[in-house]
Each structure stands twice: as structure tokens, then as C-alpha cells.
Ligand binder design. Structure first.
Ligand SMILES: Cc1cc2nc3c(=O)[nH]c(=O)nc-3n(C[C@H](O)[C@H](O)[C@H](O)COP(=O)(O)O)c2cc1C
Length: 220
């Protein structure tokens, strides 16, 4: 798979087979992602890799917090208001997901189940949590975006799917405590990884994109 094909065919995967990712494959993905560019070559990423029982236990803790209606308190603020055009895209994306999953928007029980799917890490055999030092600036968040895309593309080229999961960063204190990570580290995002279950409903709705004319201005 060349780079163009990899970028074009990658998509978020939200259901996985139970096949574990071989350790060597996981290492390869992380080594490849470590080649990502970063501001002044600072390489700010810190990665917790969870598999097996440890992953299950954290998932259970987070699911219990969601069910108990604990208020999310992410280290990165969630926007209160989006520019209308972007909000429209997000709403359409959400509606497509609900439709594909057969979930009625007004059904709070089904919506809770869909939210919990995030905290079950979509059944992925491997879950990453990405941290950075809390003294860092938005430039380092920029680096984390590049690093995350490298993880997804490296994984994809090896037949492994993944999904970025901002939602699972809702309870950073609980995650830090469970993983014994210092309070001075900010939780940025989770990434679930595993072999895609392409028959699953959760993977049945590829996302759409606006055309380049809607975001490019040409000057000559
Ligand atoms: C910063 C960021 C956070 C995201 N958080 C979530 C999340 O919490 N749960 C989820 O299911 N998908 C999440 N996604 C995946 C997006 O929904 C997905 O990338 C987008 O809809 C485009 O679809 P595609 O990845 O299949 O091309 C996130 C993506 C990004 C870049």
C-alpha cells in the first residue's frame, strides 16, 4: 500500500475481531509513528498501551462512571459552540451514525449504549492513551495530531484498523490514577486498535467529505 492509497482508504473502525495484535506488529506501528514530525523535534508524545485484563478493568471503571452520570472533565476543553457550517457537518455525521446503528435519536437508552461503546473501546484488543506534559502549548497538540495520524496509517498499512476517541478522555483523573501516571501529564486522546470486523454495523457507514472547493481559495 503506498502513502496515497493508505490516506485515501483509511477510515475509522468501530468494531473489531477478537484477534490480538502481535506484539511485534504493535511495536512496528509505534516505531513508525515515532518518525512523525514535531515542533523543534520535541517528540512530546507519551503512550500508554493497554491490552488484556488491564484494558478491560479500565474500560469497566470508565463505563461505571458514565452509567453513574459522572460529569466529564477532560483535560482538553470541548467546544461549547461550533461555527455553524462545522456544526452542520458534525450533526449530519452523527445522524448517519445513528441511522447505520439503527438508533433512534430520541431514544436515550440506545444513545447511552452507543456512548458506552466508546468506553468499551469498541471491543478493540488494544487501546492506546496518549499523554503530553501539561506545560506544553497548542503546538504540541498539533504534534499529537500528526503522531495519531501516523499511528492510524501505519496500522492501516498492516491490516489493522483504529479509531481516535476523544470521548474516552472524559475522565482523565481516573485514567491517570489507574495507570499510575503523574497529574502533570495531560490526557489527550484514546486510540482503539485491532483487526476490523467489516461485517459489523458500526463499520457500515463510511464518512463523507466536503469538496476541496469549499475550503480552498486560489490565488494567481
Ligand atoms: C480529534 C478526534 C477525536 C475523535 N473522537 C472520536 C470519538 O470519541 N469517538 C468516535 O467514535 N470517533 C471519534 N473520532 C473519529 C471521527 O468521528 C472520524 O475521524 C470522522 O468522522 C471521519 O471519519 P473517518 O475517520 O472514518 O474518515 C475522532 C476523530 C478525531 C480527529
Amino acid at each position: 500500500m503506498d502513502i496515497l492509497e493508505g490516506i485515501e482508504t483509511r477510515r475509522s473502525i468501530r468494531a473489531f475481531t477478537s484477534t490480538p495484535i502481535p506484539q511485534a506488529t504493535l511495536e512496528r506501528i509505534l516505531i513508525t509513528a515515532s518518525k512523525s514530525p514535531s515542533y523543534r523535534n520535541t517528540q512530546p508524545w507519551e503512550v500508554a498501551v493497554m491490552t488484556g485484563e488491564k484494558k478491560e478493568r479500565l474500560s469497566n471503571i470508565l463505563c461505571e462512571m458514565v452509567k453513574a452520570n459522572v460529569a466529564p472533565n477532560p483535560d482538553l476543553p470541548t467546544p461549547e459552540i461550533w461555527p455553524p457550517e462545522l456544526d452542520k457537518r458534525a450533526t449530519e455525521h452523527g445522524a448517519r451514525r445513528f441511522e447505520a446503528m439503527g438508533v433512534d435519536r430520541g431514544d436515550t437508552k440506545q444513545r447511552l449504549e452507543m456512548r458506552l461503546d466508546n468506553f468499551k473501546f469498541y471491543g478493540a484488543p488494544c487501546m492506546l492513551f496518549l499523554f503530553i506534559d501539561s506545560t506544553l502549548t497548542p503546538w504540541s497538540i498539533f504534534d499529537m495530531g500528526l503522531f495519531s495520524q501516523s499511528i492510524l496509517l501505519a496500522a492501516h498499512s498492516l491490516g489493522i484498523g483504529g479509531c481516535l476517541q476523544a470521548v474516552v478522555a472524559a475522565y482523565p483523573d481516573a485514567v491517570r490514577e489507574f495507570l499510575d501516571i503523574a497529574k502533570t501529564k495531560k490526557l489527550i486522546i484514546g486510540i482503539s486498535l485491532g483487526y476490523p470486523d467489516l461485517e459489523a454495523r458500526a463499520n457500515s457507514h463510511p464518512s463523507t467529505r466536503v469538496t476541496i472547493d469549499s475550503f480552498v481559495r486560489r490565488y494567481a
